[in-house]
Design a protein around this ligand. Structure first.
Ligand code: CO
Length: 207
């Protein structure tokens, strides 16, 4: 319990500091949010959306799940995209993965039969589809890194292909694919990788 009390104390100290530095900050956010970006990232505690891109509350709309997946039938993620595009009028969607992702690495190992394994089955499908791309990497670590990148690329394509983004109201929305390196705290743009995924899957009708 004392640890949780610490969290509440941390919160009071944070709110006091923010209000001191930016008077009226919280009251300004009570009536509306106008974030410019939608972030779709991994639940991993080491990849907190706001912190790593230096944004305050109100500046980024966030959806996170294990392995930053955009599954065609996941109403949670799809509702977030719908709200971001049609209510918040967000023009930039960022799918952000990270190297060392436990969900992605687990997809390279046998299933343990857990609920979690059902979720990362989506990553196993990607590993299967791009097996030759992954197997040219010699170490498990390198294979995992490649799959982390491919996973971001595929999820970007999933967002681009989602029916929400085919509507006129989504015209002008751009979907970006980034990857975060836990080892140096830096983000990298995976656009070239995403273009190669497009080439590998020529039937994909992506914009
Ligand atoms: Co992860």
């Amino acid at each position: 319990m004392s640890e949780l009390k610490n969290l509440l104390a941390n919160n009071r100290a944070w709110a006091t500091r923010v209000e001191r530095e930016r008077p009226g900050f919280f009251s300004g956010l009570t009536h509306q949010q106008r974030p410019k970006y939608l972030w779709i990232g991994c639940s991993d505690s080491r990849v907190p959306a706001n912190e790593i891109i230096g944004l305050m509350p109100g500046e980024v709309f966030v959806h996170r799940n294990i392995a930053n997946l955009v599954v065609h039938s996941d109403l949670n993620c799809l509702s977030v995209i719908d709200f971001a595009v049609n209510e918040l009028k967000i023009q930039d969607i960022i799918v952000c993965g990270h190297y060392g992702c436990g969900g992605v690495t687990a997809a390279l190992a046998p299933s343990a039969g857990r609920v979690f394994d059902h979720w990362i089955r989506h990553v196993r499908d990607i590993a299967k589809f791009y097996r030759s791309e992954i197997e040219i990497e010699s170490s498990l670590d390198a294979q995992s890194r490649k799959l982390c990148e491919l996973n971001v690329a595929v999820q970007v394509v999933h967002v681009r292909e989602s029916p929400i983004l085919q509507t006129p109201s989504a015209r002008g929305v751009t979907v970006h694919g980034w990857i975060y390196d836990l080892a140096d705290g830096l983000l990298r743009d995976l656009t070239p990788m995403i273009d190669s995924v497009r080439a590998l899957a020529p039937n994909a009708t992506v914009r």
